[in-house]
Each structure stands twice: as C-alpha cells, then as structure tokens.
Write a protein that binds this ligand. Structure first.
Ligand SMILES: [Zn+2]
Length: 241
C-alpha cells in the first residue's frame, strides 16, 4: 500500500498476537522479507501474549537477530481497576488515566525486562509514559541490561489535565498508555535531555470524534484508545485554548 506513495523511508513492525508453530516459522519468513522488528502487547485481551509466550517469542526473535518493541501495561490490573471504577458507577473521561495507572506500566516494564533477561535479548520499550516505568529501566540499565526506550510527543507535551476538558472533548486525548501527570512529563524530558531515550515516535493513531470516539459517550472504557501523534505543532495551540 505504501509503495511508491511514501515521501520518507519506512520499515514495518510485525505484530505477533498469537503464538504457535506456524507463527514461529513465519518469523524466519519475515526476516527474509526484511522485517526484523516486532510489536508485542502485554495489555488488550485480543492482542496480548502471556508470560510463557513472551519468553518463547523473545527467544525466537533473538535467534533471528531481530528485536521486539513491547506495549508495557499490565492488562489484568487494568481490567480489575476498570471493573472497580465501573462498579462504583464512575463513567467520566477523567477516570481514563486512573483506569490505566502508572503502576500497571511499571509492573509490565519490570516483568518484560525480567523475561528478556532470561531470554538473553535486548528489548525496545515503546511509548514509555511514566516516571515509574522509567525508573525500572534506569535500574535495569545500571545492572547492565540493554534496553531501548521510545517515548512520544504526547507524553512530553500533554498531561492528564486534558481529560478535564468540558463535555466529551477530552475523548480526543484518550490513548494508551494514557497521558500522565506533570511529574511524569518532567521525568521524561529529563531522560530525553540525558540521552536516556533512544527514540521519539508519534504512536500516531487517530480516530474521528464522530462515530468513533463517540462509541464511548456513556462509558469512557469504550472510547477507542489513540490520538494524533503527528501534528505536534498543533498541540501547543490546542493546549493554550
Ligand atoms: Zn502500543
């Protein structure tokens, strides 16, 4: 689809969302086709792999000298916290960051790094959003583990205040991991300044407000997760409105 139409160089990450002998064979085929980077999920029931699978997949990718980028959020914790919020009849968009707490990211980062260490492979933590998650990375690096980190403009420029916008407009900022607190933003900026962040990526994932974001009009957990990571310059404008 992109061939001949793109104005920049590009590569692909292949998502592995289920794991079996067939998928294992396909990793070799992907290498042949030039795809050496994979995306794995630790959240989202329809996408995530469990710890055993994570270990096996990381090992298989390592055999091909590829690398995995991992969405680090503990899916079970998110489910439990969300159910609790909903049981209390709390449906506001304001609760989005509470339903996906920084602890759920830090725990997943820690578990990923433990499993990657056992599998003997470096990993790439994509869209890191929290100070707590960053701390886990810093600790692992201090102990000599090779970890790559990406963060995104939205986690550097915006914070959870956006969810307090009037009416449903905060839905535009619902993404996962969610926008965090000011302290998280500051910690990430500091990490960028110190050279601790290897990549800045947009994680661009846009949805229309009409007919897409509005699916969650009466239930914030049904708002599709994703925001426009590309128009960074516009953030400033939106932010000071
Ligand atoms: Zn992700």
């Amino acid at each position: 689809m992109a061939d001949g139409k793109s104005s920049c160089d590009y590569g692909f990450h292949m998502s592995i969302t289920d794991w079996n002998d067939e998928a294992k064979k396909e990793i070799k085929e992907m290498t042949r086709q030039g795809v050496t980077s994979y995306k794995l999920y630790m959240a989202y029931d329809n996408l995530r792999v469990n710890d055993k699978e994570l270990f096996e997949i990381l090992s298989a990718i390592e055999e091909e000298h590829g690398i995995a980028g991992v969405h680090c959020e503990n899916g079970d914790i998110i489910k439990a916290v969300t159910e609790k919020l909903k049981a209390e009849e709390r449906h506001s968009i304001r609760l989005h960051p509470k339903s996906r707490p920084a602890e759920a990211e830090a725990e997943a980062v820690n578990r990923l790094l433990t499993i990657a260490k056992l599998a003997g492979t470096p990993v790439n933590i994509v869209h890191l959003s929290s100070r707590q998650g960053l701390k886990v990375v810093q600790r692992a690096r201090k102990e000599g583990q090779q970890v790559f980190v990406e963060t995104c403009p939205q986690y550097l420029i915006l914070d959870e205040k956006e969810y307090n916008r009037p009416g449903f407009s905060g839905a535009a900022f619902v993404c996962a991991p969610p926008l965090r607190k000011k302290e998280d933003r500051e910690a990430l900026w500091e990490a960028v300044a110190k050279g601790e962040v290897d990549m800045l990526g947009t994680d661009h994932c846009s949805f229309n407000m009409k007919d897409q974001k509005t699916r969650g009009k009466d239930d914030f957990t049904r708002i599709p997760d994703g925001l426009r990571g590309c128009p960074v310059a516009e953030y400033g404008k939106v932010h000071t409105e």
